[in-house]
Design a protein around this ligand. Structure first.
Ligand code: C2E
Ligand code: MG
Ligand code: MG
Ligand code: MG
Length: 283
């Protein structure tokens, strides 16, 4: 009976795996043509100064809407794009689209908004990434200070020496570097010394309960003072309530990003926000 059950379990498992593999193959097939079919879109989430309420910039977040698969969550399709070797093409499309958009906002007299783009570790492993960033900034005639790059600890863990070299080149160009999801990775604090980081982003998981959990509050405060002692700025991500805003402001956090102020917005909605407030206006 146990054997039978074991067999059932095995059959069940392989069947599910089979489905899973088919699902993955379908996704891979759809993803290959997605850029050409114009299925990707970049959304922009405002980043605000906690002292003045000024909108200092935005994070670019990729969206994929496929006719067969529907809206696929970024956490899922980015991981698969990395696995299928498609992340470089997709990542380069994002950089080009964001730089073209910054140029359009500037041309429309909407100021020099600064946009941070998430970079995958797989992109970092390739020598073409830094020259591509440089060439794209030049293509659209942008000052490199308009662009930021967001990396995670795991992005750089694969090949730390290569990552240091790539980040240093980007920093030399004038692109700023943010360390995303800070506190959730496995790397050591020593990385903060080795990498030329401008901004630490306090992960949402610590922000969620920052006003109700004394340990999350302690972690948030430690990240804020760590950042400031290392002459970095600090952004809280996933800020959803007035209480979180008050807590973070009171404790010297520099910037925030989250649904409390705005979800990531499609270009038209973000442009309307820029028009309404101007890039340097108050909440
Ligand atoms: P991330 O870089 O940490 O981005 C922040 C995520 O938190 C975004 O999810 C954003 O929509 C969400 N978020 C922001 N504020 C709030 C809030 O107040 N509440 C809640 N519940 N969520 C909030 P999203 O857009 O689903 O992206 C997920 C992840 O996918 C990103 O995490 C990033 O790692 C990756 N990603 C997105 N776009 C790109 C891209 O162009 N390239 C690469 N390599 N990765 C990307
Ligand atoms: Mg990010
Ligand atoms: Mg993040
Ligand atoms: Mg995150």
């Amino acid at each position: 009976r146990a054997k039978e059950m074991g067999r059932d379990h095995y059959a069940f498992f392989t069947e599910r795996m089979g489905n899973d593999i088919r699902a993955r193959l379908a996704m891979q097939r759809q993803m290959r043509g997605a850029i050409a079919r114009n299925e990707f879109e970049v959304h922009y989430q405002p980043q605000l100064c906690l002292r003045s309420g000024a909108m200092l910039g935005a994070e670019a977040l990729l969206r994929w809407d496929n006719p067969v698969l529907g809206k696929v969550p970024p956490n899922l399709f980015i991981a698969l794009a990395e696995e299928y070797g498609l992340i470089t093409a997709i990542g380069e499309w994002v950089l080009d689209t964001v730089c073209a958009q910054i140029r359009d906002w500037q041309a429309a007299g909407l100021g020099s908004i600064k946009v941070a783009v998430n970079l995958s570790g797989k992109q970092f492993a390739q020598d073409r990434t830094v020259p591509f960033v440089e060439a794209t900034l030049r293509k659209y005639g942008l000052d490199p200070s308009c662009l930021g790059i967001e990396i995670t600890e795991s992005t750089v863990m694969g090949d730390p020496d290569k990552a240091v070299a790539a980040l240093t080149s980007l920093k030399d160009i004038g692109v700023s570097i943010s360390l995303d999801d800070f506190g959730t990775g496995y790397s050591s604090l020593g990385y903060l010394k080795r990498f030329p980081i401008d901004v630490l982003k306090i992960d949402k998981s610590f922000v969620d309960d920052v006003t109700t959990s004394s340990s999350d509050a302690a972690i948030a405060l430690s990240v804020i003072s760590l950042a400031h002692n290392l002459h970095m700025r600090v952004i809280a991500e996933g800020v959803e309530t007035r209480e979180q805003v008050d807590f973070l402001t009171r404790h010297g956090c520099d910037e925030m990003q989250g649904y409390y102020f705005s979800r990531p917005l499609a270009v038209d909605a973000f442009t309307a926000l820029l028009r309404e407030q101007g890039p340097f206006c108050v909440i």
